[in-house]
Design a protein around this ligand. Structure first.
Ligand SMILES: [Zn+2]
Length: 258
């Protein structure tokens, strides 16, 4: 080390600077003490990080177990709040638009895109949830909604429940798809919002979700790439709806000739 007063290089063990004759013993002791502490700290950090990761893993496992152990009652309450209420609202909106006012279907389309979103959002924002059952629930909501809508129309107009031609199939499928995508997008955004409040670094993605991310050209879910991710998903969703409904239109249009 160098003398802190005149910057002359000191010899090892020297307690006094030979150039400026000042006492350097205290500085020397402190410097070596600091160096030692730095070394200990450096060695300690990985150990602490391991410890934190271990505790976080335990916490996550505990939360999952707690989630799995939440009784039947609370699961039924969740189903009521997050599935039955949006289903009833969608059916009510449909009745108002189609049966009571007999007005443009475009309002119904807008409602089916907007209404399910907040339910999916709050469902996943409020608690760590298991993805797959709620994915199925979103599909159920979509299918139950369109069947319910057809049933109401069929009751009022005495028409058959099932779609009768390509246009009706297309409309039905588009309704179902927009309801499901709206709810799923809500789930995704809500889940990300939950994760960003609970150390986003530590989300463990299921292999299924990892594959989807890879297909979308993303490595992980973070607050930074979230807006881009949502846009990609809705783009692909739009493409999927278009391809699906076009296929069905072509099939129903051609099936009489096949
Ligand atoms: Zn000196």
């Amino acid at each position: 080390m160098n003398c802190p007063y005149c910057l002359t290089e000191l010899q090892d063990q020297a307690l006094v600077c030979k150039v400026c004759s000042r006492d350097v013993s205290l500085i020397r002791t402190m410097t070596s003490k600091i160096a030692q502490l730095e070394k200990e700290l450096e060695a300690g950090i990985p150990a602490y990080e391991d410890r934190i990761a271990l505790l976080e893993g335990r916490l996550e496992k505990y939360q999952k177990e707690k989630e799995a152990a939440r009784g039947l009652t609370s699961n039924l309450i969740d189903l009521g709040i997050y599935l039955v209420i949006p289903l009833l609202l969608l059916l009510a909106a449909h009745s108002l638009v189609v049966v009571v006012y007999d007005t443009k279907l475009v309002y119904l389309r807008i409602i089916s895109i907007i209404l399910p979103f907040p339910f999916g959002y709050f469902l996943f924002k409020t608690r760590a949830r298991i993805l797959f059952p709620w994915f199925l629930a979103a599909l159920f909501l979509a299918i139950a909604s369109v069947i319910g809508m057809s049933a109401i129309v069929s009751l009022v107009d005495k028409t058959p429940i099932w779609p009768q031609n390509a246009l009706e199939w297309k409309e039905t499928l588009e309704f179902a798809a927009s309801i499901a995508f709206s709810f799923l997008t809500g789930m995704l955004v809500g889940g990300m919002s939950y994760a960003s409040l609970h150390r986003p670094k530590n989300i463990t993605l299921s292999p299924f979700l990892k594959k989807i991310l890879k297909l979308l050209g993303e490595e992980e879910i973070s607050r930074k790439n979230l807006p881009r991710l949502i846009k990609k998903i809705s783009d692909y969703g739009g493409i999927a709806i278009t391809v699906g409904t076009t296929a069905v239109s072509i099939y129903t249009g051609l099936k009489d000739f096949l």
